[in-house]
Design a protein around this ligand. Structure first.
Ligand code: IFM
Length: 465
């Protein structure tokens, strides 16, 4: 069985993780530039200053996508590249970069999916209070307007925020991501409220300014759970409950905002969840009825980033495989995650990120053999296909990531790409998984139930492009 007709296959990246050119052509600083400068914050003191140098190599990167037959590409726009001070004057060369990128993609037959915010908040606005300042709502929607006016004659697919659970929770509560502040819950919840408002206002800005009819979503974390024993109704119910409950905090870098409902209930239902209101108590910001109405703008799809799930049930699970980043490999997350989200929120879903960090390097034969990534994708897609067959409306799958890139506080030690990047030379080498994913796309995901190893020997087996 293949995936549905018109199912969207793609790969995803984000601006700060790949673009580099941090000090070029008028780009302003982001909080990640600031964070990377602080000793001990990022593994080995790495920065996104050069990253994959995609700013200069985007044509090449698009040509690789084209050669692989990737039909859709999700990338983010860097707010401080477009508006160096976060508000006010537009940096024309910065905006022109995205203009060229969109043209290049369309010429290659690749559909652009544009994320407006993937964590690189303008430093200048951080100095004005950042997300704690209620003005951030208007700063963001003004920025959204600039981007939409520039690109929406060609771009139709828009996402507002990537993983607010992370940039608010890790950035403002546990402090392990930029801007690296360890606020209390009250301030973090205030920042969260402003981000939610900014989401709503930017959806309005997209719809009001788009030249071509827009398809609008977002890309939160899918903090989901799966049952240990799917045949056991109590396990399924426990997993469903856990998927929509606040999580117990397990360690010092945990953040209380790493859950689904504090974010998605306001966005879809226009209200904060009861258990959160109870648990967070008087740390919850005052939210007017108007605020909640603004937040709950109609969305065309619910994008969600799902990498893993907790596995819940009466019987304890005895261990599981892990990725290089030690994230549990639980392919059933792409069955139960979308299923539970669809049940609760009723919106068409798009898997906007899924993937794994592997121990990948260029072998003596010049190739990058990453059988575990192939197996990972195959297992996850099998689950996703089963989920769709059971009636869940999932419209697309974007692999994270197109390229190995700057993995935030982990620097360059984690490799999530379908394409290996040698960060010293910027040489791109297609991993086995890239060729295999190309087959997946070509056959619309018509995989056998077990995994498929890469097919070779057709003369197109050039790993280095
Ligand atoms: O690299 C990140 C991405 O920026 C957001 N989602 C998770 C990925 C892997 O950690």
């Amino acid at each position: 069985m293949a995936f549905p007709e018109n199912f969207v296959w793609g790969a995803a990246t984000s601006a700060y993780q790949i673009e580099g050119a941090a000090n070029e052509e008028g780009r302003g600083e982001s909080v990640w530039d600031m964070f990377c400068r602080q000793p001990g914050r990022v593994h080995e003191g790495c920065t996104g200053r050069t990253a994959c140098d995609h700013y200069h190599r985007y044509k090449h990167d698009v040509s690789i996508m084209h050669s692989l037959g990737i039909p859709a590409y999700r990338f983010s726009v860097s707010w401080p590249r477009v508006l160096p001070a976060g508000t006010g004057g537009v940096n024309a060369p910065g905006l022109a970069f995205y203009d060229r990128l969109v043209d290049e993609l369309l010429t290659a037959g690749i559909q652009p999916w544009v994320t407006l915010f993937h964590w690189d908040f303008p430093y200048a606005l951080y100095c004005r209070g950042g997300w704690l300042n209620r003005e951030s709502v208007e700063w963001f929607s003004d920025y959204a307007q600039v981007v939409v006016r520039a690109l929406s004659d060609r771009v139709t697919h828009w996402l507002t925020f990537n993983e607010p659970q992370c940039f608010v929770g890790f950035g403002h509560l546990s402090g392990v991501h930029a801007p690296g502040v360890r606020h209390g819950l009250r301030e973090a919840l205030l920042a969260a409220h402003h981000v939610l408002l900014a989401h709503g206002r930017s959806v309005q800005a997209i719809r009001a300014n788009a030249v071509r009819s827009p398809c609008v979503g977002w890309a939160p974390v899918g903090a989901v759970s799966a049952p240990v024993d799917p045949a056991e109704p109590a396990d399924v119910e426990a997993a469903r409950h856990a998927s929509f409950a606040l999580r117990p905090l397990e360690g010092p870098s945990d953040n209380a905002l790493f859950n689904t409902t504090w974010w998605a209930d306001p966005v879809v239902f226009g209200r904060y969840p009861e258990d959160g209101l109870k648990r967070f108590g008087d740390a919850v910001p005052d939210a007017t009825a108007d605020d909640m109405k603004t937040i709950a703008q109609p969305l065309d799809f619910y994008g969600v980033n799902i990498y893993s799930s907790s596995v819940i049930g009466a019987r304890a699970q005895d261990g599981h495989p892990v990725t290089a980043l030690k994230w549990p490999v639980t392919p059933q997350c792409l069955y139960w995650g979308p299923r539970f989200l669809f049940e609760r929120y009723g919106l068409p879903l798009v898997i906007t990120e899924n993937g794994m960090s592997g121990i990948d390097w260029v072998s003596l034969d010049g190739k990058v053999h990453d059988p575990q990534r192939i197996d990972f994708i195959a297992r996850h897609l099998n689950e996703l296909r089963r989920c769709i067959a059971d009636g869940v409306d999932v419209r697309g799958y974007f692999h994270w990531s197109l390229l190995d890139n700057f993995e935030w506080a982990e620097g360059y030690k984690e490799r999530f790409g379908l394409i290996h990047v040698d960060f010293a030379t910027q040489k791109r080498t297609l991993k086995d998984s890239a060729y295999w994913f190309a087959e997946v796309i070509k056959t619309n995901g018509k995989l056998p139930a077990d995994h498929v190893w890469p097919r070779r020997g057709n003369g197109e087996d050039k790993h280095v492009i």
